[in-house]
Unconditional design. Structure first.
Length: 156
C-alpha cells in the first residue's frame, strides 16, 4: 500500500482542501486498492461511496441499443454517457459527502472531462476522488482541467 498517497488522501479530506482529488498512476499501480482500502478504513464500507464507471456506463448504454451502433456515433455515445454519469454523480451527492469514481477508461475516446462534470457537484464539504489511469508511452492520458483538482501520483 502506498503510505504517502494514503496520507495525502487523509489530508485532502480536511476543510479547505480541494474538492476533487485525482489519484493518478499507471495501470495496475494500486489506485483502486488504495481507494477501496482507504474507504473501508475510514468509513467502514466501500459500496455507498464507490462507483465503477466502466461497469455502470456499460450497463446503462446497453439499454440504449447495440454498443457497436453507439460506438459508430461518438457524439451520441458521449452525450448518453454524460447524462447517465451526471445523474449518478448528482444522486450520490444527494446522499453523501464523498464519491469515488474508478475504472474510467471507457471515457477516454469520448474526451469527457470528468473533472469539470464532477465540479458541478463536489462543492463545499463534498469531495470526489477520481482514480485516473495513465500511460504516456501508449498515449493514454486524460485531458482534464488539472488546475481544478488536487493530484496524488502513484508509481508502480
Amino acid at each position: 500500500m502506498n503510505e504517502d498517497a494514503w496520507k495525502q488522501l487523509d489530508r485532502s479530506m480536511e476543510v479547505g482542501g480541494q474538492n476533487i482529488i485525482c489519484v493518478v498512476g499507471p495501470f495496475l499501480s494500486g489506485k483502486t486498492t488504495l481507494a477501496r482500502e482507504w474507504l473501508r478504513e475510514r468509513y467502514g464500507q466501500v459500496d455507498p461511496y464507490y462507483l465503477n464507471v466502466n461497469q455502470y456506463l456499460l450497463e446503462h448504454l446497453q439499454r440504449e441499443g447495440p454498443l457497436a451502433e453507439l460506438d459508430r456515433v461518438k457524439a451520441k455515445a458521449r452525450l448518453v454517457m454524460q447524462v447517465y454519469l451526471e445523474d449518478a454523480i448528482r444522486q450520490a451527492f444527494q446522499k453523501q459527502h464523498l464519491l469515488v469514481l474508478d475504472a474510467i477508461e471507457i471515457l477516454l475516446p469520448y474526451e469527457l472531462d470528468l473533472v469539470t462534470l464532477v465540479g458541478k457537484y463536489a462543492r463545499g464539504e463534498k469531495r470526489c476522488i477520481l482514480c485516473v489511469p495513465e500511460d504516456a508511452e501508449h498515449h493514454f492520458q486524460f485531458k482534464f482541467d488539472w488546475d481544478a483538482c488536487q493530484v496524488i501520483r502513484i508509481d508502480r
